[in-house]
Design a protein around this ligand. Structure first.
Ligand SMILES: [Zn+2]
Length: 140
């Protein structure tokens, strides 16, 4: 059976160049580029066209990729405040599409939220501790 590398689109090539892909995809495209002169030439041509300003990577990206949810939506997703269908969309966008930008954004939001929760939890724990002191025997 002849070795046929899986089809790689122009968008993927440009995304590869911008490192806007999941690690597995980066590796897959890197491998394909190593094996295919044709693919390398296509990438070179894409880069050249881009340098001439025929189109920007961002424009291609936006036109061909499902658009990224905004920051507030990601934050809402993070604390489980989104309706099911929106949450599904974000899961798809990050896990299946593999948007690294949103993944980073989400990690950020999770970190912020965790910090907030800790800040809120501390005084509550302290209050709980202080109120339980009253029930302890005082002569020990
Ligand atoms: Zn995204």
């Amino acid at each position: 059976m002849a070795h046929r590398p899986s089809y790689i689109s122009d968008e993927e090539l440009l995304a590869y160049r911008e490192e806007r892909l999941r690690v597995e995809d980066l590796a897959r495209i890197e491998q394909a580029l190593r094996e295919s002169r044709q693919l390398r030439e296509r990438l070179a041509q894409l880069v050249e066209e881009e340098d001439r300003g025929w189109y920007s990577v961002g424009a291609v990206w936006r036109a061909h990729r499902i658009s990224c949810p905004d920051r507030d939506t990601l934050a809402a997703y993070c604390c489980g405040a989104l309706p099911q269908n929106e949450a599904d969309y974000i899961r798809f966008h990050i896990d299946v599409v593999g948007c690294r930008l949103c993944e980073a954004e989400l990690t950020d939001a999770q970190r912020r939220q965790q910090a907030e929760e800790e800040a809120r939890a501390t005084p509550r724990r302290k209050r709980l501790y202080e109120s339980s002191l009253r029930y302890l025997p005082s002569d020990r």
